[in-house]
Design a binder for this molecule. Structure first.
Ligand code: UD1
Ligand code: UDP
Length: 375
């Protein structure tokens, strides 16, 4: 008899990293694969579902404007609990470290449904950074039965915490599977980049791509980030600064206030891009300034230097490889490190080699095989 797996996700990055798994499970007759989205994100989630052609079997539609962690978590546990009571799958799969992941794991545990955790074993060992994601990961690990680790160092982290070795598998990160699919789609049909001058993709002028959304950067961190970008745009008038602004109001307020008046010639504030245009933008960028987890994993394989506007990373592999640098959120540091790469070819070349510590594009195949053998 085929096994029923419910895949539960809610935000943009979870959707990017799980849609390839959904497609593979749905194509495999050994499984009945159900997709439940919490709708922790609304527009940004839909953008990804559209790219991969995934239609959820259940949408819990949980997002509220400027939602709080406690509010979302309690709504998510209650709604997933009800969903699972009806569906009763043989296993639940979650990915990463968001509120949806913790709520999904906990609600499954309360139903005695085993949990598969994709992208397991990432740690900063600092519960305040990223906040609340480090806690979400640690707590999900305690509940999960299958731990699908992107790298050997993630596996070592779990062993250090006493996680039983037999449940840990190193598979690579499914983000590379998604990126390879997206690159192929972009190659076949170059996407439209809404909100940008059409000439931008064709010119030789340099482009710095920016993203940011981490909760621990709200307030002073975002003030610094925006002020640094404003100063850099004045200092490098021939360089374009392209910033798809996350929909979180705590991000949009400082970005609009500090950078809004400067948009125009070389400052481009645009809406969050669907995955294919964003991959095209990463490919076009000279360098990337970000606090994103997923972008830290994708950019190295595209040969793009990444300056990470955070104090910690749970993804040390690309730092060791030399393509990612942790620069914090001090205004001076963001300006100096970006200026260094824009001014100094040797420094730039040191960081621009394409490396890919996060997988070979076969993570999905490995995960599906393991589930087939062990569920
Ligand atoms: C969430 C995750 C974070 C992940 C990020 C990916 C948690 C606690 N945070 O952060 O780990 O890295 O997603 O982007 O799980 N909003 C919209 N439309 C959308 C998405 C968001 O309007 O499509 C606005 C809403 O006002 C919403 C707010 O953004 O309340 C915050 O969304 P939320 O998912 O709570 O936090 P993120 O900062 O997106
Ligand atoms: N991304 C996207 N459109 C954008 C910005 C990012 O599709 O405008 C993709 C990016 O390629 C990566 C993922 O979204 O795969 C990262 O999401 P985010 O930074 O929101 O979350 P994190 O990875 O930090 O959890």
């Amino acid at each position: 008899m085929n096994k029923k797996i419910s895949i539960i996700f809610g935000t943009r990055p979870e959707a990017i990293k799980l849609c390839p798994v959904v497609l593979a499970l749905k194509a495999n007759p050994a499984f009945e694969c159900k997709v439940c989205v919490t709708g922790q994100h609304r527009e940004m989630l839909q953008q990804v579902l559209d790219v991969f052609g995934v239609v959820p079997d259940k949408d819990l539609a949980l997002m509220r404007p400027n939602q709080t962690l406690g509010g979302l978590t309690s709504r998510a546990i209650a709604a997933i609990d009800e969903y699972l009571a009806e569906e009763m799958p043989d296993a639940v799969m979650v990915q990463g470290d968001t509120t949806t992941v913790l709520a999904g794991a906990l609600a499954s545990f309360y139903h005695h449904i085993p949990v598969a955790h994709v992208e397991a074993g990432l740690r900063t060992w600092n519960l305040e950074s990223p906040w609340p994601e480090e806690a979400n990961r640690v707590l999900t690990t305690r509940i999960a039965r299958w731990h699908f680790c992107p790298t050997e160092s993630n596996r070592a982290n779990l062993l250090k915490e006493g996680v039983p070795e037999k449940g840990i598998y190193v598979t690579g990160n499914t983000v590379i599977d998604a990126l390879l699919m997206a690159k192929e789609m972009v190659r076949k049909k170059p996407p439209v980049l809404e909100g940008l001058p059409s000439s931008l993709m064709a010119t030789e002028e340099r482009m710095v791509l920016i993203t940011g959304h981490r909760r621990e950067n709200f307030g002073e961190g975002f003030e610094n980030i925006c002020t640094a970008i404003r100063n850099l745009a004045e200092r490098f008038p021939e360089t374009h600064f392209v910033y798809p602004v996350h929909l979180n109001p705590n991000v949009r307020e400082p970005v609009g206030r500090i950078l809004g008046h400067h948009r125009g010639k070389n400052v481009h504030l645009i809406e969050p891009q669907s995955y294919l245009p964003f991959v095209a933008l990463m490919n076009r960028a000279y360098l990337i300034l970000t606090d994103s987890g997923g972008v830290q994993e994708e950019a190295p394989s595209l040969g793009k230097p990444v300056l990470v506007m955070r104090d910690t990373t749970e993804r040390p592999e690309a730092v060791t490889a030399g393509t990612v640098k942790i620069i914090g959120t001090a205004q001076d540091s963001i300006e100096e490190e970006t200026a260094l790469l824009l001014n100094d070819q040797d420094e730039y070349k040191k960081m621009a080699a394409a490396v890919n510590p996060y997988g070979d594009g076969m993570a999905v195949e490995r995960i599906v095989k393991i589930m087939e053998e062990s569920l």
